[in-house]
Design a protein around this ligand. Sequence first.
Ligand code: SF4
Ligand code: SF4
Length: 167
Amino acid sequence: MMPCIHCGACVPVCPRGLWPQQLFEALGAGDLPRAQHLGLDACGACRQCQDHCPSGLPLTKRFREGQDALLALTEAEQVKALAQTRFLAREQRRAQAEAEALEAKRQRRAEAKRRAEARQAQTSGAPGRQDAQRAALARALAKAEAEDRLRDATRLRAALTALDEPS
Ligand code: SF4
Ligand code: SF4
């Protein structure tokens, strides 16, 4: 018997949506609670996974044996196995919630960083805008002086002075 090469060929062919490879490994390790958690009860022993396994692993045989082992458990053992199965499911939900919370935090941080960078870019762009304003005012002033528009020239000079004063 060749080892499982983790090709995944057994997964899409399972009509019950199980992960035969993981189920096989759990049972191989004698971990019935995990096998139960992975849906051992739902396996219909249809052989689809086994027929598609390039390593020729006796998947269905092991699943049947696992189901027999489940049936052979005493009532107390079944209660214990069920509790372990529920514990595993809870742990999985907790890990998923943690992963989602971490991802949300990462996204909030990225958004805050993006906003900070945008603010900084705006601030560093301010002198450039001031220079353009100053140049426009200077051009308008030169034209007003050339055309002897004294009131306009005075107003424009005041605007230029105001622009250079610290805000
Ligand atoms: S034998 Fe069980 S695990 Fe394999 S394909 Fe059929 S239902 Fe799925
Ligand atoms: S098809 Fe066989 S070798 Fe491939 S992942 Fe499934 S059990 Fe492993």
